[in-house]
Ligand binder design. Structure first.
Ligand SMILES: [Zn+2]
Length: 123
């Protein structure tokens, strides 16, 4: 999950990656505000935790892409004998090869979205 705040100087988004699930967790670790430095104008400032918003990271997408990249050749090798036998087996193999990375993406992405919603609702 990625947290972000808008720079007080140039409005650029300042990103902050965290494993904290809500503002109470973050408050225990960092106190009432976080010192963040803008990557564009390099201004460091304190941002109250209430001003931070969460959004999903691209981790779910990257992991799913990795599963697709590794899983597709592995699936083709594994199902190769069946693919040559008939169109029905070939179709079933293709559905398996495509649905596994899609399922991984859906599970990871929905889990991340739940965390983001919970964080943004937390006080
Ligand atoms: Zn800035």
């Amino acid at each position: 999950m990625i947290l972000y705040a808008n720079c007080t100087e140039c409005e650029e988004e300042i990103l902050f990656r965290t494993g904290s699930l809500n503002r109470a967790d973050l408050r225990e670790t960092y106190g009432e505000s976080l010192q963040l430095t803008c990557t564009r104008c390099l201004k460091a400032d304190h941002y109250p935790l209430a001003d931070l918003q969460a959004r999903t990271s691209k981790r779910a997408f990257l992991l799913s892409a990795l599963v697709l990249l590794i899983g597709t050749p592995a699936g083709l090798v594994y199902f190769w004998d069946y693919i040559g036998q008939s169109l029905v087996y070939a179709s079933a193999a293709l559905v398996c090869i495509i649905s596994i990375p899609a399922g991984v993406y859906r599970i990871l992405h929905s889990s991340e979205e739940k965390k983001v919603r919970a964080f943004n609702r937390s006080q």
